[in-house]
Design a protein. Structure first.
Lengths: 104, 314
């Protein structure tokens, strides 16, 4: 098994673990952690797919896309964390509740 | 023999990665989960080196592990002061049948995705050869920088706008600034004085070296932001005289310069972001320099959360 295949499978494993945690936990901070893990898994598959071609330089386009993805992920994480803090300040619990529970 | 050793190393590293991810998501204590997430980010940086992607490794270590970890820890600290539960732990699952069904579905999905990855053909033709053929005309020697700032500069321009959007979003939500520590401990005090100038130097090096070696604007901006966060944690605050306007100007300069040069290229060459051939290297350097400072300011602003210059208005 080449290194690329090992890491691509690991990336898929990360994606699945993250997806399961996204559904299983109700705490918003854990959901944010799960989404970040899922993103890292996807980046791994992207890079591993780019290593297949045994050229002199590894394919730089997936690398550029992954760097863009990492930066966008940190921006989205920052915004998501602030939203979680605002929600907790309003309701007292860092979880999302169903709408019908809030109606009087 | 060498292949066996490197193959074993890859398997062990991949297992460690999965172990860290599992530990992050299954840990009951949230603080432990966040620390394991930072370790996960550093293991990812090692994986990027194994996949021959040093630029991505630098970005992952600085942004993915470092800054995301700092953001998560700051949010966790604030969460503990405002959440009603004393134990900020898992709020509970749904019914057992539902969670079992979800687990089975995800296992099936993981098997399907693993099969898809397994059957990827081992010879793929990527864009590496096209990039190598055109590298001489891009103005830089590092292929990743060439792709980021020249061949796919449009993506990077939009990425800067996404960062701006995130800052606008965070500022619009009205957070309170982080508590000012009256006296930082001896370790933090000494380390921040030693590390902050070193980090600024490393950031400048990464920016300059990014043209021909691994590095670049995003990595340099993240290291500069790390210096800013370190100083903030040690009690430094922006002088009140500088106010909110200067912070806004610094944040906008990077994306604005990029946009301006893109429009200038449109007027000169007829296509958006098509740099004139002899000028490409210099233009990329200008864009990267302003982008580094803006990215650093944006990341520190995301860490602080509160709108700058608001203290005097309250």
């Amino acid at each position: 098994m080449s290194a690329a295949l090992i890491y691509a499978l690991a990336g898929m494993g990360l994606f699945s673990i993250g997806l399961h945690a996204l559904f299983a936990h109700r705490h918003l901070l854990r959901k944010i952690l799960a989404i970040n893990v899922m993103g890292s898994g996807v980046f791994l598959v992207l890079a591993a797919a780019g290593v297949r071609d045994d050229a002199a330089i590894p394919d730089p386009v997936p690398h550029a896309l992954i760097i863009t993805g990492i930066v966008v992920a940190v921006a989205a994480t920052a915004l998501a964390l602030v939203l979680m803090l605002k929600l907790t300040a309003q309701t007292g619990h860092p979880v999302l509740t169903d709408a019908k529970q809030d109606s009087p | 023999m060498a292949a066996l050793i490197s193959g074993t190393f890859d398997v062990v590293l991949a297992l460690a990665l999965l172990g860290f991810a599992w530990g992050t998501l299954a840990s009951v204590d949230l603080f432990k989960a966040i620390v394991l997430f930072i370790a996960f980010g550093l293991a990812m940086a090692l994986v990027w080196v194994r996949l021959r992607a040093p630029d991505v490794a630098l970005a992952e270590a600085a942004i993915g592990a470092g800054l995301t970890g700092a953001l998560l820890l700051a949010a966790y600290a604030k969460l503990r002061t405002i959440a009603l539960d004393a134990t900020v732990a898992d709020a509970g699952h749904g019914s057992h049948g539902r969670s079992a069904a979800i687990s089975i579905l995800i296992l099936l999905l993981a098997a399907a995705l693993g099969y898809a990855v397994w059957t990827l053909s081992p010879d793929g033709i990527g864009l590496g050869r096209d990039v190598a053929a055109n590298l001489g005309r891009s103005g830089v020697g590092n292929p990743v920088t060439a792709v980021l700032l020249n061949f796919r500069g449009y993506d990077t321009l939009l990425e800067m706008m996404v960062l701006l959007l995130a800052v606008i979003g965070v500022w619009s939500l009205g957070m309170t600034p982080p508590r000012r520590e009256p006296a930082p401990g001896v370790v933090l005090d000494t380390l921040s004085r030693v590390l902050a100038p070193l980090l600024i130097l490393v950031a400048a090096y990464l920016l300059w070296a990014g043209a021909d070696a691994p590095g670049g604007a995003f990595q340099a901006g993240a290291v500069l932001a790390a210096a800013g966060v370190l100083m903030l944690l040690a009690g430094w605050r922006l002088p009140a005289a500088m106010g909110g306007l200067s912070v806004r100007i610094v944040i906008v300069t990077g994306p604005a310069t990029f946009l301006l040069l893109a429009v200038v290229a449109l007027r000169l060459e007829g296509n958006l972001l098509q740099f004139p051939l002899g000028w490409a290297g210099n233009l990329i350097l200008i864009i990267e320099t302003t982008a580094t400072i803006s990215i650093a300011a944006i990341l520190v602003a995301l860490f602080v959360g509160a709108v700058p210059g608001n203290a005097d208005r309250q």
